[in-house]
Design a protein. Structure first.
Length: 324
């Protein structure tokens, strides 16, 4: 009788089923944003949250679905993120890079003929080492636009509304950027909850894949019959430029720019690429040669355009070599 009672309550609308959860958000009580969400901005975010991006087989991305376990909060906080890790960690990265450089030099010396790929990789790594040395003691920082937080009890995405407002020109532009940041952060939740594994994230893969996912959803909405399709097209154009600009930055943010490359040149591969990464994100070995070569192609300085394809090849090898 209890099961029948639950089914009856669901059918007649007295009980909310998990699969019927709709887009919702909380306001940070300790530090509420100065700016309330405008009706058209809320409608745009709701429209994005309803959209489902189908991936391989039964796997799909949808914010409304993710809100079953990951709630959204709008905040007025300003939290800075440093572009480089603390000095001790930065020195460890330099040591890590030195080992990679030594390995590349050994492989070149053992090669029976000229290997342009190895030579280019070695040149890039030496250049990246100089950038890391220059960054020792750096305090350069920029505020978070959004953040994904999780522990054993809860998962929360925070959008820092006042920060977003401060870097945009007017409410219309603010709405567009909020949409992209919302999608970016919920892709972190998606990648965290899909697949298996318990390793720490490889951030230089995770962040561009979150950017890539956000651009793909905006593209999908823009080409749909949704009532927010035209706004999604504006948001896509704005977000693509916003992500591309990160390619000219130095530090952790540079790798984010790889998301724009993935969208530009591997747009048609999104179903398999996003699904592959989602399933493998917590299995990647951060110390493997593939991971290190990929990382130091994108960090701390973005590579020359002709090396973006090399970074993509490294990413494919990294995902292919995952052992479940």
């Amino acid at each position: 009788m209890g099961v029948l009672k639950n089914l009856t309550e669901e059918y007649f609308g007295d009980k909310v089923r998990e699969e019927d959860v709709i887009f919702s958000y909380d306001i940070d009580e300790k530090c509420p944003p100065k700016y309330e969400l405008e009706p058209d901005a809320e409608a745009f975010l709701r429209g994005l949250a309803e959209h489902r991006l189908f991936l391989d087989k039964s796997l799909s991305f949808q914010i409304n679905d993710l809100q079953r376990h990951t709630r959204l909060m709008l905040s007025g906080k300003w939290i800075d993120r440093f572009e480089f890790p603390p000095t001790d960690q930065l020195k460890e990265e330099i040591e890590e890079l030195d080992k990679l450089i030594k390995s590349l030099e050994d492989r070149l010396s053992q090669a029976k003929k000229e290997n342009r790929n190895l030579e280019e990789m070695l040149s890039v790594c030496k250049g990246q080492r100089k950038e890391l040395e220059k960054a020792l003691g750096s305090t350069e920082a920029r505020p978070y636009l959004g953040m994904y937080y999780y522990d054993d009890d809860e998962c929360v995405i925070t959008l820092f509304v006042d920060v977003i407002e401060s870097i945009t020109a007017g409410l219309d532009e603010m709405k567009l950027l909020m949409g992209q940041v919302l999608l970016h952060e919920y892709f972190h939740s998606f990648y965290h909850h899909v697949g298996v594994g318990t390793r720490d994230l490889l951030r230089c893969v995770e962040e561009p894949m979150a950017e890539y996912g956000s651009l793909m959803v905006l593209d999908s909405v823009a080409s749909s019959n949704s009532t927010i399709a035209s706004t999604a097209k504006e948001a896509l154009d704005y977000a693509k430029k916003f992500v591309e600009e990160k390619q000219s930055c130095i530090g952790r943010i540079a790798a984010y720019g790889f998301g724009a490359y993935l969208y530009e040149f591997h747009k048609n591969d999104y179903q398999s690429l996003i699904a592959k990464y989602a399933n493998a994100s917590l299995l990647l070995d951060k110390q493997s040669n593939s991971a290190l070569e990929y990382k130091y192609l994108l960090y701390p300085k973005y590579p020359a355009p002709w090396l973006e394809d090399v970074a993509y090849e490294k990413l494919q090898v990294l995902l292919k070599n995952v052992m479940v």
